[in-house]
Write a protein that binds this ligand. Sequence first.
Ligand code: SAH
Ligand code: SF4
Ligand code: F3S
Length: 478
Amino acid sequence: MENISIKLPSLKDAKKRTRKPINIYRDLYELSESLKKLGENKKYYLRTYGCQANERDSETIVGILDEMSFTKTDDYNEADLLIFNTCAIRENAVNKVFGEIGQLKRLKVKNPEVVFAVCGCMVQEEITIERIMNTYKQVDIVFGTHNIHRLPQLLENFINTKERTIEVFSIEGDVIENLPVKRFNKYKAWVNIMYGCDKFCTYCIVPYTRGKQRSRLMKDILDEVKELKEQGYKEITLLGQNVNSYGLDLGMEDGFATLLEEVAKINIERIRFATSHPRDFSLRMVDVIKDNKNIMPYLHLPVQSGNNEILRLMGRGYTVERFKMIYDKLKEAIPNIAFSTDMIVGFPNETREQFEDTLKLVDYCKFDFAFIFIYSPRAGTPAAKFIDNIDLKEKSERLQELNERVAKYGNLNNQKYLNKVVKVLVDGKSKRNDEVYSGYSEENKLVNFTGKNIKEGDIVEVLITEIKSWSMNGEKIN
Ligand code: SAH
Ligand code: SF4
Ligand code: F3S
């Protein structure tokens, strides 16, 4: 057995971007015969916080645990291994995780043999590791976003030595192709197309927790999509922090539009992608979305603010005018396209007038949905040095006002579906009512509906009979 020393993260190292080529590994993950049996008669409990990148990582973690013979439990009281895959995007996300780690301390008191591991974006920050080392002694294993493939070895190390095992790399990162995956959904799949982010928006911790932008080779992505199609998947979502910069690091020009066209040819029923960035959004995308019926008419395009000065301070690299231009072109070419966005209120020094520019942008774009966040300073980012000078009451009021404005358009947009037929990919029965099914329309609208002969994974036609702000009700027609 190798001797694993404690390897701690450094935000300073995580910030570095060199010209070193990206390594693609196809044999980095390996399991010895003894590791394949390590989880026999043992149960794991996994909790995932944060974005789709983390969800997809959790599918890899479960793939690894499966190969190690662990079985899953949804009841943490009976787990032998607990894993928390964490998110660092805002202060409240971090506090939630620490609260829940604190609560589970009692499990260790009850059964000292329980192994507790924490991974994900939060542990890429020194401050988290310090807090874990000083206060959260119940945590046994810590691994980062760059070394999920090392989970088996880290587990073995802890079980054999009973010594706290912390291994977090602050590196630009590699692409590791041979990791197993256990997908959580049988009909909808996430497909990573790139890792990391080089945008360094001034408020954001992601470029530090996830490393340099690394695109997967187009062939590897297409092979994965083909395999999913063969397995019966109906919908895939291409994942990356900025899908529009796909391929830049491989020397491709307009790589994402090209990739989308190639993926569309595989003929999987539904293709989605997240997240788009207005800066690198090429106008060829408008035609690609319009010309391929299996690319869904829905775009999540985070704007963050409707004011140019705030956008500049955020380092976003586009203006409100550019954002509106992209929006106009898409709406013109694809009239039924639905839009969602992300916005931040209370960025340092944001004046009431600047905030009102964001309200005006919402009036212009009439988003179908928006995720709105109160600005949260993240240690180590440039914006954390600005004085966070807007009081929480004002921030909360702006949040509420913007939410109300977005809800108004959410409802108005949905009105146009009344008495119309939409195509819904069935997710399953609704949690609240056994007779009601739910799923998403092509425009990513949540639809609850009734009808006969309905199966999970089917794409059915539903007549919309009732509209709500964030969902619609209807009846299956065929
Ligand atoms: N890569 C995506 C977003 C990833 S993070 C993009 O660039 O659009 C998801 C959202 O969290 C961001 O769009 C932003 O609105 C929000 N966010 C990120 N950092 C934040 C912070 N420090 N405070 C508040 N919201 C933040
Ligand atoms: Fe964060 Fe900006 Fe990168 Fe999105 S593009 S992950 S907001 S740094
Ligand atoms: Fe959170 Fe990391 Fe995603 S910080 S939002 S889990 S990339």
